[in-house]
Design a protein around this ligand. Structure first.
Ligand code: UDX
Length: 388
């Protein structure tokens, strides 16, 4: 074990070792959980890869141990479900032995009867949905069901199915069977974690604070916040459709364009020269990464166009912000369906990125009566989440 960047363990309380998947959407809730558990008196060690390592100086009260040997090169892309599954497979392969050798392993934990917990970052419903995939597949629904949740995953579901079957997703922790699921789920769920601890300290990218001073200049509920999370990437024509849709809607927007998230581009260079000056003027502001929780909590933010990662979805609900949904992969599809069809606090862009549909959706959520109704419903939901 490489302990060169290990901070001094604080020897208080029962020891707990947390191992986050090294991706932003997993690191945030895991470090929030670490803080919650620390506040309950546990002594916490975070096991992490050097790739996407958290910054230990933000957490002097936690200990950090680096797992050696995880080198992420350009061949691994985590912007698709297949890429993520390959990445998990790679991590399982590279991390299992060091963890086994130096820290603990299931067989040891079993022998000593040590309790262990798997922290899923997705919602319970999508977790159950994924766990049911083999059954759904065996019943033949993949060929008939047309919802994107199945459709997109069906492109890679053979792979996904193999992963679920081989239990690689939970390797080293809990082999899962659907009939056993209830006993793995707590009946008294904690969370949302971010209400206890802000995600800003675990952000892997610098959050542009000018987002907040820009929002300060705008009226209540007038700005649409646009961000598709830390992984999703889009094609150049889609990027241009988004830009035109936003411009044509004539509504103010704060848009996070993560560097590298447009395939083949570094940042904004594919926007035609003078596009923003001619079509947007001061109505739009583009940043590379925003302090998302603060943005959603800002009174000027009136809507969130999101990819519906579960963190983003929860953060939006907790601030009472209605959504435009553009899910990209995995749990984002069922999350978007919950937002639009069940809770009715948002609308899904059903045809990908098309400027006319985007313009219509932005107006519906930001200006129309329908948007006000969505805002009322999400405020109601926020009230339920706020209840102690
Ligand atoms: C991934 C999956 O996509 C998601 O579906 C799964 O539920 C968790 O892992 P990601 O795509 O990054 O996560 O989305 P999300 O879950 O929304 O997490 C993004 C996090 O980054 C949020 O906590 C958000 O507050 C933060 N963020 C995002 C910023 O701090 N600044 C930004 O500009 C954008």
């Amino acid at each position: 074990m490489d302990t060169s960047d290990t901070t001094k363990p604080c020897n208080r309380g029962w020891p707990l070792v947390l191992l986050p998947l090294p991706l932003q959407g997993h690191i945030n809730p895991m470090l929030q959980l670490a803080n919650i558990l620390h506040s309950k008196g546990f002594s916490i060690t975070i096991l992490h890869t050097r790739f996407n390592a958290p910054n230990p100086t933000n957490y002097p009260h936690l200990s950090f141990l680096s797992i050696p040997g995880v080198v992420v090169d350009g061949n691994i892309s985590v912007s698709s479900i297949v890429g993520i599954l390959n990445f998990i497979e790679y991590l399982n392969d590279k991390c299992f032995n060091p963890i086994k050798e130096y820290v603990f392993v299931t067989s040891v934990a079993d022998e000593l009867k040590l309790p262990r917990i798997v922290h899923r970052t997705s919602s319970v419903s999508s977790f159950l949905l994924f766990a049911a995939f083999p059954v759904i597949r065996d019943m033949g629904y993949f060929r008939r069901y047309s919802d994107e949740a199945f459709f997109v995953l069906s492109q890679s579901y053979e792979h996904f199915f193999a992963e679920m079957k081989s239990e690689a997703l939970v390797k080293g922790f809990e082999p899962l069977k659907i009939k056993d699921l209830p006993k793995f789920l707590t009946s008294d769920p904690e969370g949302p974690f971010h209400k206890y601890f802000h995600a800003s300290s675990s952000s892997l990218l610098a959050q542009d604070q000018t987002s907040i001073s820009w929002l300060d200049k705008h009226p209540h509920n007038s700005v649409l916040y646009v961000s598709f999370g830390s992984l999703a990437s889009i094609e150049e024509p889609e990027f241009l459709e988004i830009a035109w849709g936003l411009a044509n809607s004539k509504q103010p927007f704060l848009w996070v364009v993560r560097p590298g998230s447009i395939k083949g581009s570094e940042w904004l260079e594919t926007l035609p020269d003078g596009f923003l000056e001619r079509n947007v003027e001061r109505r739009g502001y583009i940043v590379k990464w925003a302090p998302q929780q603060e943005v959603l909590a800002h009174p000027s933010t009136g809507g969130f166009w999101t990819h519906n990662g579960w963190n983003s979805t929860l953060e939006s609900i907790c601030e009472g912000v209605p959504m435009i949904c553009s899910p990209s992969f995995g749990d984002q599809f069922p999350n978007a369906r919950y937002v639009s069809d069940l809770w009715k606090i948002g609308t899904v862009l059903e045809n990908g990125f098309e400027r006319g549909e985007i313009e219509g959706a932005v107006k519906r959520v930001m200006v129309d009566k329908e948007g006000t109704e969505m805002r009322n419903r999400v405020m109601n939901l926020k009230g339920k989440v706020d209840k102690p």
